[in-house]
Design a binder for this molecule. Structure first.
Ligand SMILES: Nc1nc2c(c(CN[C@H]3C=C[C@H](O)[C@@H]3O)cn2[C@@H]2O[C@H](COP(=O)(O)O)[C@@H](O)[C@H]2O)c(=O)[nH]1
Length: 339
């Protein structure tokens, strides 16, 4: 089968043919102007400084943490917001993606080597249920899939990379694109692809966030000094589209809004789901371009990098912090292992 279009080209292809989702140029500009004051301060170090659950180190163990977390970094949304999985750790209650991170850290604190491939290659379903157990009556979604992915991913990491994700990173020779390709070619659960208007396309959300988190945990240095990190696009999850609609940069048709407000599930790969994901990626690319243009016009040099990775991280954190303001904006509900 022919190789799919890479994520950025896939996003352009979808955005140019989308019927129920569109990027709003004026909204893109307004979003860039809103983000501009923060943008010049974005730095790769924020990944650790802003998030206590992320590893402090930049060694093989920290990379092992990133790899196992991003292999499971999908589908945390609850059927009903008020009844959801929660994990208490370090004196705080964590939900969604952070519940996954808290559960991994809770296991490590209990002496369970959950980031070691030789452990999770043969971990049992019962052990997975215990490691990711919720402190409410609502379990983390898709636990059976998470178990299957841990076994599959652990076995491949042992067979092909000596059980160490650091080996995989070093094979990428400081290229973000090469690391993304290595991950997608070797680990099936990362193959986030679709068919749209006669073309095979890709979003590779977990492979791209894995590259981004690798760059972040290594603080952009040494093996993580990816000279092409700016070629990585935003990660097409279910939160970024919601914030982009909230900011007015993305618009949904009445028909799609009605489906979402009814809480209807969208299946992975159906037309409107692909349009939401593709247009979101394209929208963030345009906001990034607009930010660079505005900085240029003001003759400002950003302290760090203004790229789609740091823009995505900022928008995702912003969505977390403005959850209540965004109540009226639905997010699309797809249950799958890709995001
Ligand atoms: N586009 C994008 N999607 C992201 C992330 C992250 C975690 N990254 C953070 C960690 C360190 C960095 O500083 C980032 O702040 C998780 N997700 C996705 O969100 C969804 C979970 O949402 P909720 O149910 O509300 O927890 C789910 O699809 C998950 O895969 C991101 O950064 N960008």
């Amino acid at each position: 089968m022919e190789a799919p279009l890479p994520p950025r080209e896939s996003a352009r292809w979808v955005a140019g043919r989308s019927r129920d989702v569109r990027v709003d140029p004026a909204g893109v500009r307004r979003a860039a102007e809103l983000l501009l004051p923060a943008a010049s301060a974005w730095r790769v170090q924020h990944w650790k400084e802003l998030h206590a659950l992320n590893p402090r180190g930049a060694d093989e163990a920290a990379l092992a943490w990133v790899f196992v977390v991003d292999s499971l970094n999908f589908s945390f949304w609850a059927e009903r917001e008020e009844r959801r999985c929660e994990v208490r750790h370090g004196g705080a209650v964590h939900t969604g993606y952070w519940a996954l991170c808290a559960a991994v850290n809770r296991a490590l604190d209990r002496g369970i080597p959950v980031t070691s491939a030789s452990y999770y290659a043969t971990v049992t379903l019962d052990e997975v249920r215990d490691i990711f157990r919720s402190d409410t009556a609502v379990p983390m979604p898709l636990l059976e899939e998470r178990h299957r992915i841990l076994n599959e991913t652990g076995k491949i990491l042992l067979e092909k990379f000596g059980g160490s994700f650091l080996n995989c990173v070093q094979k990428s020779e400081k290229s973000a694109q090469k690391l993304m390709r290595l991950v997608v070619e070797n680990f099936p659960s990362y193959r986030d692809e679709a068919q749209f208007e006669g073309k095979r396309i890709s979003f590779y959300k977990r492979a791209q966030i894995l590259v981004a988190d690798t760059w972040s945990v290594l603080e952009g240095k040494g093996d993580g000094c990816f000279e092409d990190i700016s070629s990585i696009t935003m990660f097409a999850d279910y939160r970024l589209p919601q914030i982009l609609v909230y900011l007015g940069a993305l618009k949904y048709s009445d028909d799609l809004l009605k489906r979402l407000h009814r809480g209807e599930m969208l299946s992975n790969g159906e037309r409107q789901e692909v349009e939401i994901r593709g247009c979101s990626i394209w929208c963030v690319e345009l906001i990034r371009d607009c930010l660079l243009e505005l900085l240029e016009k003001r003759g400002e040099k950003p302290q760090g990098e203004v790229n789609s990775v740091l823009l995505d991280y900022y928008l995702w954190d912003y969505a977390r912090d403005h959850r209540d303001d965004m109540r009226g904006i639905p997010f699309h509900r797809t249950r799958c292992i890709y995001y």
